[in-house]
Design a protein around this ligand. Structure first.
Ligand code: ADP
Ligand code: MG
Length: 372
């Protein structure tokens, strides 16, 4: 049922943002052809792919053209239209399958699956209405965070409930559909582990990344994560356990919280390359993007060895102009800009990565620039 896809053949990518772009750059450097489906003309991925089909993700005629022109289909985001997906699984080669999308599209299924895999999640309850919310808050206590089961990203679709008074703000989230209520975890670190598997049964795990978020959006990634070896090992084992349970093909990013007493809780999963793995482009022998391409094509996976410690910082819309005016301060940083045409606040426009001997020094260097 699985195939090996060789250089010269064509990879179809659903979604033309920066993740698709960096996947494509990796695929092109191994000699694949890439065709992308994205509704916005000249998308970041379209700029570097052989071809872009400009159409909505739920445009079945366009999905069919993508399938006809591609030897294998992958995606850069998990919220693939259900009809398009069911058509694709019958008529195209989608080695990653659909089960992992079904699970990661919905926080309720996602949490249940992680628990079934035998890995702890943040204490939570499924919440369908205001009465259930009140019971949930009694059980979990304050603060807690209410998240829509579907559609959330970069902190969207979430409400932190600090006191009884905040409950009234929950109505608008609850009106959009099922939610989960999570206990607020006063973590000491947020970390992530990216794991890749190919149909031949190879598994590769990237070094554990430490992530710092600002306003719920990833701000910095620091590798190696500043955690002890034993915690690092447990984080990698947890990620592999979930990957095995899901019969992963391709890439899975696992976001985790580490508490003061060393507990690890899984926060959420992403069935694709992840912002917290961008450091791997320069810092690892094989990047998360190349690894993803190797995995879906059933090529041997590459080494994930860390060549040097690294710091990655995101460039959001509001950071772009100050960065461009201060580029002379960033001689030691690799610049990645995704070619998006409008720099809206909070929009991910690019990132910088610095390889270093001492991550604290690199972080200090960022502090000294008044860009972030
Ligand atoms: P998104 O899909 O927006 O990334 P997340 O569930 O990862 O949603 O939440 C975004 C960020 O909000 C997390 O990275 C973390 O910093 C914070 N957060 C989310 N849930 C919790 C929680 N239960 N306890 C503490 N912080 C949380
Ligand atoms: Mg997240």
């Amino acid at each position: 049922m699985f195939k090996t896809i060789l250089p010269g053949q064509t990879i179809g990518v659903i979604g033309g943002g920066q993740l698709g772009q960096m996947m494509t750059l990796a695929a092109k450097s191994i000699g694949f052809r890439v065709i992308v489906l994205d509704p916005t003309p000249n998308s970041p991925c379209g700029q570097v792919a052989d071809e872009q089909i400009v159409a909505a993700y739920n445009d079945l005629a366009a999905v069919k053209i993508l399938a006809e022109k591609s030897d294998v289909i992958t995606y850069e985001f998990e919220n693939i239209d259900a009809n398009a997906l069911s058509w694709l699984t019958k008529h195209a080669y989608v080695p990653q399958g659909t089960e992992i999308l079904r699970v990661t599209q919905n926080r309720i299924y996602e949490k249940a699956t992680i628990q079934k895999a035998g890995v702890p999640v943040v204490p939570y309850e499924v919440i369908l209405n205001q009465t259930e919310l009140e019971h949930g808050l009694e059980n979990l206590g304050y603060p807690a965070v209410l998240k829509t089961a579907t559609g959330g990203y970069d902190g969207k679709g979430q409400l932190v409930i600090k006191t009884e008074h905040d409950r009234i703000f929950a109505a608008s989230l609850l009106s959009t559909g099922p939610c989960v209520l999570e206990k607020w975890i006063s973590f000491t670190k947020e970390i992530s582990v990216i794991v890749t598997k190919n149909p031949d049964g190879e598994t590769a795990v990237f070094p554990v990344a430490e992530n710092i978020h600002c306003n719920n959006i990833l701000h910095q990634t620091i590798v190696p994560a500043r955690i002890d070896k034993e915690t690092e090992e447990r984080a990698m084992v947890a990620a592999k356990k979930i990957a095995d349970f899901l019969h992963l093909i391709g890439t899975l990013a696992v976001e985790m919280f580490v508490t003061e007493d060393g507990e690890i809780y899984i926060n959420e999963l992403a069935p694709r390359p992840h912002n917290s793995g961008h450091y791997s482009i320069e810092a690892c022998m094989t990047s998360q993007f190349e690894q993803h391409i190797r995995a879906i094509c059933n090529l041997p996976l590459g080494s994930t060895a860390l060549l040097k410690p690294a710091v990655m910082v995101n460039i959001l819309g509001e950071h772009l102009d100050p960065l461009l005016e201060n580029l002379h301060h960033f001689k030691h940083w690799k610049i990645h800009l995704y070619g998006k045409n409008e720099a809206k606040p909070g929009r991910k426009m690019g990132h910088l990565t610095r390889l270093c001997n001492d991550t604290d020094e690199a972080l200090q260097e960022l502090e000294e620039n008044n860009i972030w």
